[in-house]
Design a protein around this ligand. Structure first.
Ligand code: G3P
Ligand code: MG
Length: 247
């Protein structure tokens, strides 16, 4: 496997959106639950506010996962910092804050969690989001194991690569295109992340032959995870971190 530094090794399981299904998605509560269950790695999504600050959020809009309304890219930090990211998702987590990337970094570092920071640009914000997130990650994880940055947006990844060349990058595709390896090389990415349903023997063979680690989402069945590991998948993203085995 191509590694960003000697000894770099991926954990088998990344808790999807911080704590999988056991906590409101993309929250600090999820990070704490993942660590309590013995996970070594977590994935979460990062978008920019109207102030170009990085926050943990999956959708471009606030309604599904918080008590806010509207687009995050049009919402200022002062409004985001009072939102409740628990109340609409999980009755047991009322009052859970919407996390900044800075707060998530602190918790990951305190708990020893490797982070996969998924750059999620709002439409039209690919380059800015890639740059801002990469620079923030460099600062927030200074002196610690660097997160793996991934994105469905190649423009965001290219901007992240240009802004902070030393960060390990993962290229995300629901279904990798035929020329995925050329694209991955252009970005100097080290991992390919894709939907588990899109896997086939050709793709896994090409990845293996070229030393590229393949990570799959979203794998919630322990049997399926075992099959994928046997086929050569390096790691899975899971919502069922209570039953999908890691290492
Ligand atoms: O990074 C893997 C996975 O999180 C990609 O899908 O939509 O859950 O961010 P999504
Ligand atoms: Mg994600």
């Amino acid at each position: 496997m191509i590694a960003p530094c000697p000894g770099w090794r991926l954990p088998r399981v990344f808790a999807h959106r911080c704590g999988g299904a056991l906590a409101p998605e993309n929250t600090l509560a999820g990070l704490r639950i993942a660590a309590r269950l013995g996970l070594r790695a977590v994935e979460f999504d990062v978008m920019l506010s109207a102030d170009a600050s990085p926050w943990l959020l999956h959708d471009e809009t606030l309604e599904r996962t918080t008590n806010g309304v509207g687009r995050i890219c049009e919402t200022h930090d002062a409004e985001l910092c009072v939102l409740d990211a628990g109340v609409r998702q999980h009755p047991a987590f009322v009052g859970e804050p919407l996390p900044t990337l800075a707060s998530a970094a602190l918790v990951c570092r305190q708990l020893g969690l490797l982070a996969n920071v998924e750059i999620k640009p709002a439409a039209g914000f690919d380059t800015l989001t890639g740059e801002v997130v990469a620079r923030a990650v460099r600062t927030l994880w200074a002196g610690a194991e660097l997160p793996l940055l991934s994105s469905f947006s190649e423009a965001a990844l290219a901007a992240a690569r240009a802004a902070v060349p030393e960060l390990p990058l993962g290229m995300l595709h629901e279904r990798p295109p035929a020329d995925w390896l050329v694209r991955l090389r252009q970005l100097a990415a080290v991992t390919l992340h894709c939907d588990a349903d899109s896997l086939n023997g050709d793709l896994l063979g090409e990845a293996r032959a070229n030393g590229v680690a393949v990570l799959c989402y979203t794998v919630n069945d322990p049997e399926l995870a075992s099959v994928l590991y046997r086929r050569g998948v390096a790691a899975v993203f899971s919502d069922r971190i209570d039953c999908v085995a890691g290492d």
